[in-house]
Design a protein around this ligand. Structure first.
Ligand code: XMP
Ligand code: MG
Length: 192
């Protein structure tokens, strides 16, 4: 992946430094991921439960789920990890839990980004304790340089450099989630 400094006009002025993953590339890769997941669960007896981890994964879930050709049910979970806004400590609190039980069900966690992997490790332990039939994870992005825990992933959209990224669900101070691509921020945004 390389940075494209030709940033499309967007509502955030000059805040976006570069486009790391274009809208086109996202769409293409997510379609591939959806094909793999559809194939894997095509003979399942019950609907696949997609667990979207809010807020970052909601655009990914929306696009990914509509590209699947198997029946699914979407569930939402919100967690907060203690620590500052750009890194996590692995100590997690549930802000919003699933609406239904997942015992005996096929469950797929849909994540936006794996950084240290601490948040996801915690979440997997938590959901495993509810005795699903199967528990898998897909993530759109991963920062392999930073990964401190070894997590078995069903699929990974893109490995990206260890840089803070925004867009396609990802935020800085709750902004930029609505950009249709994944990009990097100009340094002035952090320092202001
Ligand atoms: P861990 O380290 O537990 O953290 O894998 C994952 C969570 O950290 C946030 N995160 C980011 N958010 N741009 C973001 O907008 C980034 O580059 C970034 N890196 C980590 C995110 O909330 C993710 O779920
Ligand atoms: Mg965030």
């Amino acid at each position: 992946d390389h940075k494209d400094l030709n940033v499309p006009a967007n509502p955030y002025g000059t805040d976006i430094e570069s486009v790391l993953i274009s809208e086109e590339k996202l769409k293409q890769r997510i379609a591939e991921m959806a094909k793999r997941v559809s194939e894997e669960f095509k003979d399942a007896e019950e609907d696949l439960i997609l667990v979207c981890v809010l807020k970052g994964a909601f655009y990914f879930l929306a696009d990914f789920s509509r590209m699947l050709d198997i029946p699914t049910q979407s569930e939402f979970m919100a967690v907060s990890s203690y620590g500052n806004s750009t890194s996590s400590s692995g100590v997690v609190r549930i802000l919003k839990d699933l609406d239904k039980e997942i015992e005996g069900r096929d469950v797929l966690i849909v994540e936006d980004i794996i950084d240290s992997g601490l948040t996801l490790s915690w979440l997997m332990r938590n959901l495993k304790n509810r005795n699903p039939k199967s528990l898998n994870v897909i993530t759109l992005l991963r920062k392999p340089e930073r990964l401190t825990t070894n997590i078995d992933m069903f699929d990974i959209g893109f490995d990206i450099p260890n840089e803070f990224v925004v867009g396609y669900g990802l935020d800085f101070a709750e902004r930029y989630r609505d950009l249709p691509y994944v990009g990097t921020l100009e340094p002035h945004v952090y320092s202001d």
